[in-house]
Design a protein around this ligand. Structure first.
Ligand SMILES: Cc1cc2nc3c(=O)[nH]c(=O)nc-3n(C[C@H](O)[C@H](O)[C@H](O)COP(=O)(O)OP(=O)(O)OC[C@H]3O[C@@H](n4cnc5c(N)ncnc54)[C@H](O)[C@@H]3O)c2cc1C
Length: 239
């Protein structure tokens, strides 16, 4: 659904990372889905749903290019043209199982709302959040409020030094939900956790399955990340 959202707040939460809250029309928003956001650029920019509170949706985004630089300049009261929620999210029906959430950098946002929704169902979770360095960490406290949270930094300036795959080796869980850079997804998709779901953040065109800009190789051919995903079982895609 295309709609004009209203920006409620837009503030830095870490080095190069912003949190934007917008009010949107009513409707169910599943964790792991995304909105396709109109910026100053021709093509919309996909942003994951980082949280939902009533009709308020939170985005957490890294400022990396023209589109996200434009978003970072938006002020409370501005209108934002958004299409969504789009895509298929994480399967929340995990009763009786332990879920490990593994996020890398700007792949972390969808895992926060997902964790909240799992907690609301009484499902036990553990989170591993990987960042480059101490200054890039965001939402650590929010994650800790929901359960055990392990933070890693590549340069060792905070938490455990190294990649998320280090702590993952010692975690016992039934299911893995993950989002982050492709090398990380490749590693977690090959981990010892029996059931593994990954969210792929390929570059995207239309966001609704029409343009094929975001296709990803799959054992039987290809899948469209925007409309078949962005969440897939690890076996469904070839990274
Ligand atoms: C389903 C989905 C959900 C996403 N959720 C979030 C989110 O919650 N928070 C967030 O910060 N980002 C998210 N992204 C990535 C975000 O859409 C891009 O960072 C954004 O579109 C960049 O726009 P830009 O105009 O600022 O940068 P551009 O000028 O388009 O790109 C700047 C540089 O970044 C590279 N780049 C851009 N997009 C991607 C990408 N998807 N993967 C790898 N490299 C890229 C470009 O090649 C270029 O080098 C998501 C992407 C997808 C597909």
């Amino acid at each position: 659904m295309r709609q004009m959202a209203t920006v409620l707040s837009n503030r830095p939460v870490a080095k190069g990372a912003m949190e934007m809250k917008v009010s949107v029309g009513a409707g169910e928003i599943a964790p792991g889905t995304f909105f396709h956001v109109k910026t100053s650029q021709l093509l919309r920019r996909p942003l994951s749903v980082a949280n939902v509170d009533g009709n308020v949706v939170t985005f957490l985004y890294k400022v990396i290019g023209a589109g996200t630089t434009d978003l970072a300049a938006r002020k409370a009261g501005d209108k934002l043209d958004v299409l969504g929620p789009l895509g298929n999210g994480f399967p929340l029906d995990q009763t009786g199982k332990r879920v490990v959430l593994v996020g890398g950098g700007i792949g972390i946002p969808p895992l926060y709302y997902t964790r909240r929704m799992l907690a609301a169902r009484g499902i036990e979770t553990v989170a591993i959040l990987g960042f480059d360095t101490k200054e890039s960490i965001f939402y650590e406290d929010a994650f800790r409020e929901l359960g055990e949270t392990i933070v890693t930094t590549v340069d060792g300036s905070y938490g455990e030094q190294g990649f998320v795959t280090g702590p993952l080796e010692r975690i016992q869980a039934d299911v893995l939900f993950s989002c982050g850079p492709e090398p990380m997804l490749k590693a977690v998709a090959a981990s010892h956790i029996p059931e593994r779901y990954i969210s792929i953040e390929n570059r995207m065109g239309c966001g609704i399955g029409a343009c094929f800009a975001c296709v990803c190789q799959a054992p039987g051919g290809y899948v469209k990340v925007c409309s078949d995903g962005p969440v897939f079982q690890a076996e469904e895609v070839t990274l």
